[in-house]
Design a protein. Sequence first.
Length: 147
Amino acid sequence: MSGLEVREIRALPDGIVALEAAAISEGFRFLTRLLLEWENGSNRFDQPGECLLGVWREGELIAIGGLSRDPHACGQSGRLRRFYVAPAARRQGAGETLVKALLARAAPHFQTVRLLTDTQAGAAFYVYCGFRCVQSDSASHEISGWS
């Protein structure tokens, strides 16, 4: 979809509170965790290979997602975290654009990228983006060799 702008987030942007409210209204608390971890400094996606990206459309933050080292896997594995697309922006390319941008950032640092989703819609989305289902207590999907 045209009109999407992906940017690295180094300071929490305007619009993050509205995105968090949308997530909470759907029963998701991981953006609340993102805000808490950012504020207390425990996770700012600033370690080697890590990043936090946002997608904006017409100046509005419509999606967010992070890439970090996977604490549940060995060395060369990254993890998609805190990934959320505003409901009104779904099925319009923002999520796929964000996944592609995160995987492009992951390529020089990680051989595999893993994630955990517990929704059927999320699982279908990640399979659509090239991830495969895995049987693990710490991940539901992973991708290798995407670059």
